[in-house]
Design a protein around this ligand. Structure first.
Ligand code: AMP
Ligand code: GLY
Length: 421
């Protein structure tokens, strides 16, 4: 089989490594992939948002199955375009990807169908938003409606901060069109859990839970990033919490999307907060998480391609989705200065014997050598029987990898270890 994966991060590298375990897979094309992915797939320089380019390539090469892994192409209708050419895909059509593409849509969906989430109001008028945040209890949370590279959420500690956030989104267009509408919501507290779930629109099969570490610095300090590391499973996601999430959140969400004529197929990401009043949805994503995927897929014992095809064909109920009863830890090595500004082009040294445990994100090939080309450069992943050993093992891998200006958090997994004791 010839497969195509759209995207270029560590998540895509994890998906590709797992897909390769299926014996029927002959070739995987990564569009565009990256310098590290090139060791596992044929990278083709077609951008992830070049929908026409992707579709033409898939038709020309006779691709049998496509995995659209990144949010932008999903929201832009990449799956719709490929399916129109007869190429089956993993991932939601645009009308379902809106669950991530518009926060106004997802908040209204949750309100309409009684899915637990933070109380909120939505605004398209600057003055109405300003008048509201002046009186709203603080801290208050301001969210741009559309995609904003994970940066469109501001937690305002004061009324002045809240007003500034509204002005920067709605008037100064800090996130372009994404900020034309905003959601202002109640500040929730509690541990966060990421749950990725396969669904064919009828059945939902959650994967092992995970915990992201979003802040750049140790002790959850510093700026928000795309994610500096992950562990799986998440100790806060107990069997009781899981059962409550299935009943009150996962199944109602799938049913709600069906009722709206927006059947969701693919991987639905539930960003949850376990509040004193029970689990609530912080955000939905229409795709696998990054770097959650790097700890979740190494624990998957069933065949990823078969599961993905089952979400497309509507046969997920009869398809095995089994995870090892083990733990995983991913430590992200980033370029110093990320997420603001950083230098690129430094050579990366990864010993051959650990390359199977390294998921490359921001790296390019230059004269045959792997060099840094992004903020998050790679993730080192270890699996083990205990979380303690997984964390220790991931940091041992990190010590064997080197590039100039590298930085990483030294406390990935610390909170989970404390909670698990
Ligand atoms: P997001 O980009 O939507 O994942 O949001 C970034 C982070 O902001 C989340 O991981 C939470 O830590 C935080 N956050 C978002 N919404 C809320 C909320 N209503 N209350 C408290 N924290 C929030
Ligand atoms: N790690 C968070 C995300 O993928 O959105």
């Amino acid at each position: 089989m010839k497969l195509l994966v759209v995207g270029s991060g560590g998540r895509e590298h994890a998906i590709i490594k797992k897909l390769k375990e299926n014996k029927n897979v002959e070739t995987i094309y990564a569009l565009p992939g990256n310098g590290g992915i090139a060791a596992d797939a044929v990278c083709v320089p077609i951008g992830a948002t070049d929908i026409d380019g992707i579709t033409d390539f898939a038709v020309k090469e006779g691709v049998d199955y496509a995995v659209v892994a990144t949010d932008d192409p999903l929201v832009l209708g990449c799956v719709d375009a490929l399916e129109a050419k007869g190429i089956p895909c993993f991932g939601p059509e645009a009308k379902a990807a809106i669950i991530e593409g518009s926060k106004v849509f997802s908040k209204n969906l949750m309100k309409k169908y009684g899915i637990p989430t933070a109380e909120y109001e939505t605004f398209t008028d600057l003055n109405e938003a300003l008048a509201y945040v002046e009186k709203a209890p603080v801290p208050t949370v301001i969210k741009a409606d559309g995609l904003a590279l994970g940066k469109g959420v501001i937690i305002a500690e004061t009324h002045d901060d809240a007003k500034r956030a509204v002005i920067s989104m709605m008037q100064d267009k800090a996130f372009g069109k994404s900020g034309e509408s905003v959601v202002v919501e109640e500040f929730l507290t509690g541990p966060e859990v990421s749950v990725l779930a396969f669904t064919d629109g009828k059945t939902v099969k959650p994967m092992v839970s995970s915990m992201d570490h979003k802040r750049a610095g140790d002790g959850d300090t510093g700026l928000n990033t795309g994610g500096m590391g992950t562990v799986a499973p998440n100790p806060y996601y107990t069997p009781e919490v899981a059962a409550e999430c299935m009943e009150k959140i996962f199944i109602p969400t799938i049913n709600a999307m069906n009722a709206e004529g927006r059947t969701f197929k693919g991987c639905l990401y539930f960003g949850l907060m376990i509040t004193p009043n029970g689990p609530k949805v912080i955000e939905y994503n229409c795709r696998f998480g990054d770097p959650e995927t790097q700890v979740v897929l190494p624990l998957l014992e069933s065949d990823l391609l078969e599961i993905m095809q089952a979400t497309t064909n509507g046969t997920l109920e009869s398809t095995e989705v089994k995870f090892a009863d083990k733990n995983a830890c991913c430590v992200i090595m980033a370029s110093k200065g990320y997420p603001v500004s950083y230098e690129k082009g430094y050579e990366i040294a990864i010993p051959d014997e650990i390359s199977g445990s390294v998921y490359v994100a921001g790296a390019a090939l230059k004269d045959g050598k792997l060099v840094t080309s992004g903020g998050r450069v790679l993730g080192a992943v270890e699996t083990a029987d205990t979380l303690e050993d997984a964390v220790k093992g991931a940091y041992e891998l990190v010590k064997k990898i080197s590039f100039d200006n590298a930085f990483y958090r030294s406390d990935i997994g610390a909170r989970a270890l404390k909670a698990g004791r």
